[in-house]
Design a protein around this ligand. Sequence first.
Ligand SMILES: *[C@@H]1O[C@H](CO)[C@@H](O)[C@H](O)[C@H]1NC(C)=O
Ligand SMILES: *[C@@H]1O[C@H](CO)[C@@H](O)[C@H](O)[C@H]1NC(C)=O
Ligand SMILES: *[C@@H]1O[C@H](CO)[C@@H](O)[C@H](O)[C@H]1NC(C)=O
Ligand SMILES: *[C@@H]1O[C@H](CO)[C@@H](O)[C@H](O)[C@H]1NC(C)=O
Ligand SMILES: *[C@@H]1O[C@H](CO)[C@@H](O)[C@H](O)[C@H]1NC(C)=O
Ligand SMILES: *[C@@H]1O[C@H](CO)[C@@H](O)[C@H](O)[C@H]1NC(C)=O
Ligand SMILES: *[C@@H]1O[C@H](CO)[C@@H](O)[C@H](O)[C@H]1NC(C)=O
Length: 831
Amino acid sequence: MGDVLRKFAMAALWSSLLAFVGAQHTESQTRGSSGYEYINPLIGTSNGGHVFPGATLPFGMAKAGPDSFGENQGGFDSGNTMIYGFSHMHDSGTGGSASLGNFPIFAQSGCPNDDFKACKYPYTERATERVPGSEHARPGYFDITLVDNIRTEMTVTNHTALYRFTFPEIPTTPNTTLHPHILVDLRDLPNTMSEGNITVDGKTGRITGNGKYSPSFGIGTYKSYFCLDFKGAAVKDSGVWSNYQATKAKNLRIPPIKPVNKKKKIEPRPAGGWVQFEKPIRGNQILARVGISLVSEEQACANAQREIPNANFDTLVAAAETAWRAKFDVTTIEDGGVSDVFLKAFWSGVYRAMISPQDYTGENPFWNSGVPYYDSYYCIWDSFRSIHPLITLLDPHSQTQMVRSLLDIYQHEGWLPDCRMSLCKGNTQGGSNADIVIADAYVKNIRDGIDWNLAYEAVIKDAEVEPPNWDVEGRGGLKSWKTLGYIPTENVDVEGNGTQTRSISRTVEYAYNDFVIATLARELGHTTDYQKYLERSGNWKNMFKSDQRSSVNGVDSGFEGFLQPRYMNGTWGYQDPIFCSPLLDFTGCYLNPSGKETYEGPVWLYTFFVPGDMATLITTLGGRDRFIARLNWLHESGVLYLGDEQAFLKVFLYHYVGRPALSAERAHQYIPSLFNDSVGGIPGNDDSGAMGSFEAFVMMGLFPNAGQDVYFIIPPFFKSISIKNGQTGKTATIRNVNFDPRHRNIYIQSATMNGVPYTRNWLQHNFFLEGGVLELTLGPQESAWGTRPEDVPPSLGPPGNKTVPGKLMGGRETKWQKAKLDWDISDSQRL
Ligand SMILES: *[C@@H]1O[C@H](CO)[C@@H](O)[C@H](O)[C@H]1NC(C)=O
Ligand SMILES: *[C@@H]1O[C@H](CO)[C@@H](O)[C@H](O)[C@H]1NC(C)=O
Ligand SMILES: *[C@@H]1O[C@H](CO)[C@@H](O)[C@H](O)[C@H]1NC(C)=O
Ligand SMILES: *[C@@H]1O[C@H](CO)[C@@H](O)[C@H](O)[C@H]1NC(C)=O
Ligand SMILES: *[C@@H]1O[C@H](CO)[C@@H](O)[C@H](O)[C@H]1NC(C)=O
Ligand SMILES: *[C@@H]1O[C@H](CO)[C@@H](O)[C@H](O)[C@H]1NC(C)=O
Ligand SMILES: *[C@@H]1O[C@H](CO)[C@@H](O)[C@H](O)[C@H]1NC(C)=O
């Protein structure tokens, strides 16, 4: 024992051995009334959800979790695939290839015949089955046991992962005594390492290393660094390994791997470091602390030493829980006796919307401007619709930091990102949708430390200047956009390079980007720009082919007028309006050169995308009744897939024709049948929490029209919900009267705002800033509430159908109403 203690003193890394050995194995199971108890981080870890279920802090950089085979985009697949390690950085819910997962560590109880060479090294060799059902997850904590009877628990601070391995007294491997062996691998999840270096300190067992990797959905490379320390047992031996062999050498370098040619990449050889220990001092446990950094090994070690100097595991689990509870506690639910399915899906949705973007402040190797640096905007095409609006609503401080970081990226890289991960530029899917995140923040009073002139400059650049590579930022085909008023199919692009597909979906997205830029222009006093971008926001009409029909298996749908491809010479092309829907060639429209004129969805869907001017769209599609019939067809024919983010807004478009009751019906059509509390309980990739933010909003009885000061109202799925605003400290409550926990009364009969009748079927953000009570009286049948033309959310036109948001009925005129969208422009200014 004395010898062991001396070795630890030499290590001088973790001073408090006694703190460790004194730590008992408990799961710190506080049970209170907060949303925390309902959260299941495993929701979305099968069925294509790709959710990261491991331990993280809100928006934290360290994300400790198991890495398995199978659908491992987020590291872990709930199918019974084998697990080959535990790594410290992840993305959550992404499509494409797996992300991050650098430097997995893996424990073995000992090596056969006590020969370190007989342990297993490459990930294919060491991968081990899990004990079915042994995984347990809570925000900030994850626990799993593999069939070798080693239990691995993990928790995190912002830049450091802490693992607690509990070894079996008798190792399951034959001829093996309990001398734990822990290795680290230079690998990442998608196996992209192209350079690496690893160093082992034989005395302390500290392993440091770094590697160069590729991002999972973007261009370029990034470097990552780690610093691994152990506690709980004396070091017996250590070294490095490469391929199937281990040695006692203390350093190993993988020189830069050059691709043979553009197409053929050389597979990196598996390599890493290892440490073997004497029998653990107490409880057969060893702690492994992994500091991470994107700057240097020194910084990785400094992060670890600063954040986890000597803490015991359970204290850190409790600290992570406290950090999460602070995020959840701004929201209070009176559940009214609903089934737990709703509570679990709701709170887990809120949780997943706060995993990314990730706070990498201080970890950006390229510039240090003193402005927060967030990464893993993965991708804004997915997140602008409801993730950022939800963060704005529940955590305005974080949204402020994120907007500042977006603008800082613009300043240093020349463009706002559209997708970003691992310090690299990610792929653009459609428009320049950071414009929408910025406008949404503006109209919702996100202000502190944001230079709005800089923001305006950034969005104008998106609208005016085509980047050399518009696959990763900005927009393509801007010359045609400005002269022809649409993105032509087979566009001749003289200004830049990019994937020449998606002409229809890019056109409707660019049009809405220009709409929100017009909003900012008006708010910031740029009157001429306002007119210009308002006009360009109508460009979607140039791809609307009024006589186009759509049929399924030869049977006409009954609707006429759809968006269609159009060449530079004005001639129409053709894309079957159901193509790329579940009804026809569902996967035909991805981001590849053979993709078609819409992105991840059919013409049927994109024809509804005019979020800034629904009134004109409704008229264009034949008026109110035809619009309702068409929207019903969208929701009932099977053409709509709700597992992709563009579908979200379609649930609420009935509000624009004064039928909020139908939006409520659709909301209940999809929740809980497609969004629920099972591990497969979301219908598509979570995309950094997009699916989570959708279900959270809908169950709150709200949905934002991102980029505008508009929330659609339906009855919350709970008796009441209250949100305390982070900027003003005021609380806004939406309360159902006649609430029925089985959701038979989903129709609003009447409403009051602070006791005064309220007839609009939508809300503005000042309700949340000022606080108050919106009381909804429910009944089992649709009523006249919210159905009049003056009750519907604002649109630009057509003249005669305009609705003018003025004072909130029953509300007070406030300074925040300065930020309201003032749609009351004179008819002469209309398109
Ligand atoms: C972790 O980072 C967040 C910001 O992302 C910060 O608010 C929090 O204080 C940090 N936690 C600790 C323990 O430093
Ligand atoms: C276990 O040890 C015995 C005796 O030394 C030896 O005969 C046998 O081959 C060993 N088995 C393994 C799997 O190493
Ligand atoms: C690899 O790491 C060792 C030890 O830290 C260091 O001396 C060496 O310079 C590194 N090599 C490279 C190429 O970074
Ligand atoms: C477009 O890509 C081609 C081929 O990669 C390249 O030669 C050309 O310089 C690029 N053009 C621009 C404007 O970047
Ligand atoms: C317009 O361009 C398309 C695509 O190049 C071509 O197929 C079509 O014939 C042209 N139409 C006319 C009227 O020139
Ligand atoms: C839960 O959601 C998943 C994914 O959308 C769906 O496949 C499943 O049928 C739903 N389960 C229930 C019980 O509704
Ligand atoms: C617009 O107003 C006209 C006249 O009031 C009405 O007939 C028409 O249905 C309205 N259109 C929509 C989309 O509400």
